[in-house]
Design a protein around this ligand. Structure first.
Ligand SMILES: [Zn+2]
Length: 280
């Protein structure tokens, strides 16, 4: 009798572990235990894939705010990563554009950072055509490994928001990919936050494959950005947003405040099945 009871208990525990493993495979990694991540930070991270139905179905009430060009603003503590890499880099036009509200959050962030630390951004606004290009590339890369279009589509959607039947955050001017730089007198250098590489497994905000320094630096960025009102995407330590669906989900808002910025002829009319069928 006791044996049977224990066996039942074991089955329940095994099932619970199995369910947890299945659920966590779908979600980004939970915060580290070392160093301790406070709840103000841990509750302002989106752990779901960006195009999860719970996020995607949130409505948008666009407040029609203008875009601000960070290159024109030219703030000494908000710089493009181009400033730190002398190699020629191709950036698409408008990559430094953010909605006015996002710009205000960036300024607010500076007050939560040490005075000798600034924000280095890779990319903010992205045209829909560019989004498609990025998605196709990620889809192709994953498809070559998994050989299954449906799985490749789901996986690619974690790292590049799909352009079909979805409003990707970078196309609304709500998102910015950023890291930090430190100013030492005349010298300015990027801080070590780890790489964006999926192969190295450092891309998730709370990746276990990070050094003590990288964790400290990520927490400095998280703290300043979240205090200012941004949310972070748990699959990408560098991706922050304000006013998009991901932000609305995390902040429990009824609607996002920034919608798609695209000409009507840019918006694809195909559905996912057609995309999968015709992709080669
Ligand atoms: Zn991003």
């Amino acid at each position: 009798m006791i044996l049977k009871k224990n066996l039942n208990l074991l089955i329940v525990i095994a099932f619970a572990i199995m369910c947890k493993t299945t659920a966590s495979a779908e979600e980004a990694k939970a915060p580290w235990s070392i160093p301790v991540v406070n709840s103000k930070i841990s509750t302002n991270v989106l752990y779901l894939p960006i195009a999860d139905d719970r996020v995607k179905t949130i409505p948008i009430q666009d407040c029609d705010e203008v875009l601000i060009d960070l290159l024109v603003v030219n703030h000494p503590r908000i710089k493009s990563t181009i400033s730190f890499d002398k190699r020629p880099q191709k950036k698409h036009s408008g990559y430094a554009h953010v909605r006015l509200g996002v710009y205000k959050k960036l300024l607010a962030m500076l007050d939560f950072l040490p005075k000798n630390v600034g924000i280095a951004y890779f990319e903010a606004f992205r045209p829909l055509s560019k989004q498609k290009q990025y998605f196709d590339r990620k889809f192709r890369e994953i498809l070559s490994k998994v050989q299954n279009k449906e799985i490749a589509y789901q996986e690619a959607s974690k790292y590049v928001s799909p352009f079909i039947d979805n409003i990707p955050p970078h196309v609304t001017g709500a998102a910015i990919d950023m890291m930090l730089f430190v100013i030492n007198g005349q010298r300015e250098e990027l801080m070590d936050m780890g790489t964006c590489s999926i192969a190295k497994n450092q891309h998730e905000t709370f990746s276990e494959k990070t050094s003590k320094k990288q964790r400290e630096n990520r927490l400095i960025l998280l703290h300043a950005a979240i205090q200012a009102g941004f949310i972070n995407y748990g699959f990408e330590w560098w991706h922050y947003s304000y006013g998009d669906k991901a932000w609305a989900y995390v902040k429990q808002q009824e609607a996002a405040i920034y919608g798609l910025i695209a000409a009507p002829n840019e918006i694809p009319s195909m559905d996912k099945d057609t995309y999968l069928k015709n992709f080669n």
